[in-house]
Design a binder for this molecule. Structure first.
Ligand code: UT7
Length: 325
């Protein structure tokens, strides 16, 4: 076995925005948002807030729970598409906030699949033998990239960060399999042309609509359901495990209707699917580690449980990790 998650942490921006709040900004309604997506509120960044600070906070919580210091880490792998800079990487900004030097720190850009990808990369690094303790992060601030006049996207995204401390560990527990997929031909179903300029809900200067998130929601919906179901089955098959044996699915939270449709396709009960989209919205790469952290807090995961993580996002990218907890 290669690696195991020993602790997690999450952190959010301070500002809570309800669907009712959004009714004041655009032609939308709490009723439409909650019935079409399952979202009731989300946390969004404000001017002057730093996603790197929030990410460092989530990381420190995870490290503290693991009983480790940042100096114990051998690497930092960050799933994100929200770096404020073209370069340096977001991971390097987190590294310096944790007060550590020289260990490799780098980003994995797979949009909403960022954490699932980063976890697979970190696991492979540990299986290869050179790394013993890796901090794996999913963090994003897509609310800062929307056109606040575009109700089709502006209501969907929230911001936040989730972190997992992974350790190299022989034995039956840990990451059993990962399956990653990409399909660049579908790049324009969900894309943003430029990063860097933050357009928070309270900023006076707005992003140009052409530089904001562009999404073909209904087309993406159909592909997401099929691809997430397929890759989840493949991750279970690769491990020689029947999907019915999975104790909890911790999915990317893009739309409650996607989660229900995937569960139906997989033939698993909705109770086995962890959801918190109502309180966070779609936090992109942060959604899986935030959900994992909450699932652990709520005692939904026990030792030796089979836990499936899955996601689909811009790229298109999609993937799944199966873990024996
Ligand atoms: O995280 C990465 C992966 N993300 C996804 O997989 C997202 C997949 N897509 C979706 O979740 C859904 O397609 C959306 C939530 C984005 C949209 O839901 P939908 O049921 O597919 O709505 P639609 O885009 O087909 O729009 C239906 C109607 C339209 O009105 P008309 O043209 O029928 O009159 C929209 O203008 O709903 C309208 N609409 C809204 N109305 C009130 C769209 N957004 C809103 C809104 N408030 N916020």
């Amino acid at each position: 076995m290669g690696s195991r998650i020993v602790a997690t942490g999450r952190a959010l921006p301070r500002t809570l925005v309800s669907n009712k709040d959004l009714e004041r900004y655009m032609d939308t309604s709490d009723e439409w948002i909650s019935t079409r997506t399952g979202i009731r509120q989300r946390y969004t960044m404000r001017q002057g807030e730093s996603l790197a600070d929030i990410t460092a906070e989530a990381s420190k919580i995870a490290l503290n729970r693991a009983g480790m210091k940042a100096a114990d880490l051998d690497a930092i792998v960050v799933g994100t598409v929200s770096s404020e800079y073209g370069f340096p990487s977001f991971a390097c900004q987190v590294q310096t906030r944790l007060g550590i030097d020289t260990i490799p720190a780098f980003d994995v850009a797979a949009a909403c699949s960022g954490f699932v990808y980063a976890l697979s990369v970190a696991d492979s690094m540990m299986r290869a033998g050179d790394f013993k303790r890796v901090l794996t992060i999913g963090t994003d601030a897509l609310s800062t990239m929307v056109d606040w006049n575009d109700r089709r996207t502006a209501v969907l995204f929230g911001d936040g960060a989730g972190a997992a401390v992974m350790v190299h560990e022989p034995g039956p527990r840990g990451v059993l399999t990962s399956v990653l997929r990409s399909a660049g031909q579908h790049w324009n179903l969900l894309a943003v042309r430029s990063t860097g300029i933050r357009s928070t809900i309270d900023s006076e200067v707005r992003r140009d609509p052409a530089d904001s998130i562009q999404m073909k929601g209904p087309e993406l919906f159909k592909i997401a359901v099929k691809s997430i179901a397929d890759v989840t089955k493949q991750a279970a098959e690769k491990a020689g495990i029947d999907i019915a044996a999975v104790d909890l699915v911790v999915p990317h939270q893009a739309n409650m209707r996607i989660l229900s449709a995937v569960a139906e396709r997989l033939g698993i009960s909705q109770e086995k699917v962890f959801t918190n989209i109502d309180r966070y919205g779609n936090t992109s790469a942060a959604s899986v580690p935030i959900a994992l952290d909450e699932a652990l807090e709520q005692d939904r995961i026990h030792d030796n449980d089979l836990v499936m993580l899955n996601a689909c996002g811009g790229g298109l990218t999609w993937g799944a990790n199966l873990l024996r907890w």
